[in-house]
Design a protein around this ligand. Structure first.
Ligand code: PMP
Length: 394
């Protein structure tokens, strides 16, 4: 049987990490993998997570199963964090999933169950896993224009023109904030315009929110998802706690199905539980429990928010410093987009050849599409990167 299997293409980012490890140069810079790193290049366990783990160790008396949708208290706390008061709780079905990827996967399966002929429209570009999971699940994928390679902002006119071509019942996948890989995001008016278009044409929004708190702040980053949840009849929301709680390997995510028709909530909840049961039965609990403890405890929550804010402001500072250094070296404002982008990533918008040149000449590792992890920088490496960008002729 196994002889029929074909080799799978190597993961580009993991291959890049391997090359980085093998590079003997002292001054190499890793802007590849999508994990937050502090100025020392470390991905620390957040203080509130450590404290919650300590408390959990002392208090937890059983590791028996919880529920197919996870602990309801986790769903409640996360719904509050993401949606605030935008939608009444009884309009929402929610289930814990293994990470944001698990939520994305289950959302696609729910779409396939509900409407096998629905296409999913994704931004060009989007997180590559969106496309590969859609393909694996057997859903036709269409791209809509999103990134403007000239301005490095959103090509909003192109986006709207393309979404006008979507058929009634199709799903439109949007990034809630901190678009990966581009760093370019919709503003409030643009969110409103997208909502109006979706309602006019009977399109269903799906929002992937994996970086709440990494852009403009916890509340600010939830603006789009809240507008959509309140403004459209049906919405799927896939959320990840990997980045904003720093619990990557604990695999903590949530899938929500929001329906303005309250009558759909019971079937939606049952469907989410069913999908969990078919794919892995009970979802992981450890990370979800820590998140719940933090969100429901005033002191832990305040400390988590303070640390998340430090992380966010640190990345914003790196963005501004890099944009300023590039302005100084180039004598132009053409790199100002780096300070406008939000989240952990920016798409430099250059060719794979120049990305490769910067790797060979300067030991700078970024994904071949020119996505840079801003958190991979520090005050010492910013001038090195800026010079390499200019020397390469970007
Ligand atoms: N969606 C997007 C856009 C992401 O960037 C990521 C993380 N790379 C995820 C979902 C899922 O992350 P995880 O499964 O690690 O929670």
């Amino acid at each position: 049987m196994f002889e029929t299997l074909k080799p799978q293409p190597a993961d580009k980012i993991l291959a890049l990490m391997q090359m980085f490890r093998e590079d003997p140069r002292d001054n190499k810079i890793d802007l590849g993998v999508g994990v937050y790193k502090n100025a020392e290049g470390l991905t620390p366990v957040m203080r509130a997570i450590k404290a919650a783990e300590h408390k959990l160790w002392e208090e937890q008396t059983s590791k028996s199963y919880v529920g197919l949708a996870g602990d309801p208290a986790y769903g409640d706390a996360m719904i509050k964090l993401i949606l605030g008061d935008a939608v009444a709780r009884d309009n929402i079905a929610a289930a814990a999933t293994p990470g944001g990827t698990g939520a994305v996967r289950q959302a696609f399966e729910m779409i396939k169950m509900a409407n096998p002929s629905a296409k999913v429209h994704v931004s060009d570009p989007t997180w590559p896993n969106h496309v590969s999971i859609l393909q694996y699940v057997g859903i036709e994928t269409v791209t809509y224009r999103y990134f403007d390679r000239e301005t490095r902002g959103v090509n909003f006119d192109g986006m709207i023109e393309d979404l006008k071509l979507a058929a009634k019942g199709d799903v439109v996948l949007l990034h809630g904030c901190c678009h990966n890989p581009t760093g370019a995001n919709l503003n409030e008016t643009q969110w409103q315009d997208v909502i109006a278009l979706m309602n006019e044409r009977g399109l269903i929004p799906m929002i992937d929110i994996a970086y709440q708190g990494f852009g403009d702040g916890l509340e600010e980053d939830a603006l789009g998802v809240r507008l959509v949840a309140a403004g459209c009849p049906e919405v799927l929301i896939a959320a990840s706690c990997s980045k904003n709680f720093g619990i990557y390997r604990e695999r903590t995510g949530l899938l929500m199905a929001v329906a303005q028709d309250k009558g759909l909530q019971v079937v939606n909840q049952g469907t989410l539980a069913f999908l969990n049961r078919q794919n892995y039965s009970f979802p992981p609990d450890h990370g979800a429990r820590l998140v719940t403890m933090i969100l429901n405890d005033d002191a832990l929550r305040a400390d988590w928010m303070a640390e998340l804010e430090e992380v966010r402001l640190g990345m914003l500072g790196l963005r501004t410093d890099l944009a300023n250094e590039l302005q100084r070296l180039s004598g132009s404002d053409r790199f100002g987009f780096l300070a406008q982008h939000r989240g952990m990533f920016s798409l430099l918008g250059t060719s794979p050849e120049l990305v490769e040149k910067m790797r060979l000449d300067n030991g700078i590792y970024m994904v071949s599409d020119s996505r840079m992890n801003i958190a991979g920088l520090n005050t010492a490496t910013i001038p090195v990167l800026a010079k390499a960008i200019i020397d390469a002729g970007v």
